[in-house]
Design a protein around this ligand. Structure first.
Ligand SMILES: Nc1ncnc2c1ncn2[C@@H]1O[C@H](COP(=O)(O)OP(=O)(O)OP(=O)(O)O)[C@@H](O)[C@H]1O
Ligand SMILES: [Mg+2]
Length: 252
């Protein structure tokens, strides 16, 4: 579904990603782990088409990202959405949250996600359906972001990100800003949505347990280099890279 081929990115002559090759299969999750500064968010920005690369390519559903223009670029943007660490950053503080949730749908009036078929004519009903989808009470629909908890805001950000039924959802540390008890709820929600909507996920996290829970495959980044990629069930294998073993040990 998504192939990242031999990507290299430099910021101010400093290599941030070196020769990264990865694939994400349809309906599957790829976990990306690595310490702070290893290049995880840069990789996310490159896949979203927000940052250029020095070398290499991103191929989405068989098409090179740098070849996309006009309509096909807009279609790509519909299909690749992101959830950030800090939900506040993706919500407009001046809008009641239901309006933030349906904003992407307003930008794509021709898109009718399967779970919104019956209500596509009515913006508030669409917001209501999306609230249902992410387990939020309808009583919160008129609230503003500052009136909601961190977990509620992250659910809103997720509702917005899935509103166009994307093929790929990138989650960049989606639970790092939340209380531990809320983290588990959000992970369960993401996993459930992945199954219901058949989305692929790139799940970026420091939290190895979360990555194990969410992902079929794990990629380990260190200082911009991809050390290894392996199926999640092989995380404890003796074949693992020494650095991965260290991460596993630290998480125990
Ligand atoms: N716009 C930029 N200009 C210059 N350097 C940048 C820029 N964005 C990122 N970097 C550098 O690239 C490296 C990788 O940053 P990135 O944000 O991708 O790391 P990360 O793995 O997401 O870290 P964290 O876990 O802290 O979020 C860092 O050294 C960072 O300082
Ligand atoms: Mg980051």
């Amino acid at each position: 579904m998504l192939a990242i081929h031999s990507i290299t990115k430099t910021y101010e002559a400093k290599p941030v990603l070196s020769d990264i090759t990865l694939r994400v299969n349809r309906g599957e999750s790829l976990g990306v782990i690595g310490e702070s500064g290893s290049g995880k968010s840069t990789l996310a920005k490159i896949v979203l088409g927000l940052t250029s690369v020095d070398k290499g390519e991103v191929i989405f559903q068989g098409v090179h990202l740098h070849d996309l223009k006009g309509k096909s670029l807009k279609n790509f943007r519909r299909h690749v959405q992101i959830v950030f660490q800090d939900p506040t950053s993706s919500l407009n503080p001046k809008l009641p949250v239901w309006k933030s949730v349906i904003e992407p749908l307003e930008n794509y009036p021709e898109v009718v996600p399967s779970f919104l078929k019956e209500v596509r004519h009515d913006k508030k009903q669409m917001a209501g359906m999306l609230f249902n989808q992410v387990g939020l009470s309808q009583t919160l629909i008129e609230k503003f972001p500052h009136q909601l908890s961190g977990g509620q805001k992250q659910r809103i950000a997720i509702a917005r990100a899935i509103s166009l039924q994307p093929a790929l959802l990138i989650c960049d540390e989606p639970t790092s800003s939340l209380d531990v008890s809320v983290q588990a709820q959000i992970l369960n929600l993401l996993k459930q949505l992945k199954q219901e909507l058949g989305m692929s996920i790139i799940f970026i996290s420091h939290d190895l347990a979360a990555v194990q829970f969410m992902c079929e495959e794990i990629a380990v980044l260190k200082d911009g280099e991809l050390l290894e990629t392996f199926p999640t069930e092989e995380i404890f294998s003796v074949k693992r890279h020494d650095y991965t073993k260290k991460l596993v040990e630290m998480a125990l």
